[in-house]
Design a binder for this molecule. Sequence first.
Ligand SMILES: [Zn+2]
Length: 238
Amino acid sequence: MTDSTPIDTDSSITPEQKEELTMTTSIEIEASTTTQTKETSNMTTPTEKSETVSIFDLVASNEPTKSLQSISIKEDEQAVIPFTHTVTRIKTHYCEEPEIRGYVECSGSTCILCRSGKKSEDRALFPVYDPIAQTVSVLLMSLAQRPTSLFPQILNALGKADGKRRVLFLKKDKAYAYFVTSRELTETEDDGAAVIKKFMEDTAAGTVSLDGVVQRFTEAQLRAVPAIERRLRLKEVL
Ligand SMILES: [Zn+2]
């Protein structure tokens, strides 16, 4: 909570960073975090357990870093405890195609998802403590400023924190309007300090990455998705 960078599109993102939105821009959360990773140390590899993934994950994930899970806000309340004002800003596309079904990083001027007519959108990756799962997860927030958007309501709740930990309750209704309520944590409540400390150490060591919640594909991999290839064929003279 002592971070000095507020979640604010104006003050947390410098103009220079705005010009680099085709790249993930990690903002001061850790001094030397890059997408390159160090030699694996005590991190477990994701292959040790059974999990359901996109088939592309099997070839596209060349990052041995441990990825955090993203939080999906639905009609059930999701409790989160913010512990930093630092976010990673990233430009994404949402791909509803079943082969992907999730957020994909926009690769900028050469992005075939842009060329296929898919909307790109700036998003903030915001790490928060999930007191139910008792882990650090990532909120993938649109930067939309509508009153019913998540982002301005999160900012409003953070503004009430005044240096104290607050638990936020997030939900979304059927019309995609978000609702955020919050309250201050009591002195005796678990604020995730131990888990958060481990997360901060891991991010500093480069063994955990926030932007792993957004998928990355090569052009060939995206063209292998039939619906995307058909979109491109309609837009391009081959
Ligand atoms: Zn794009």
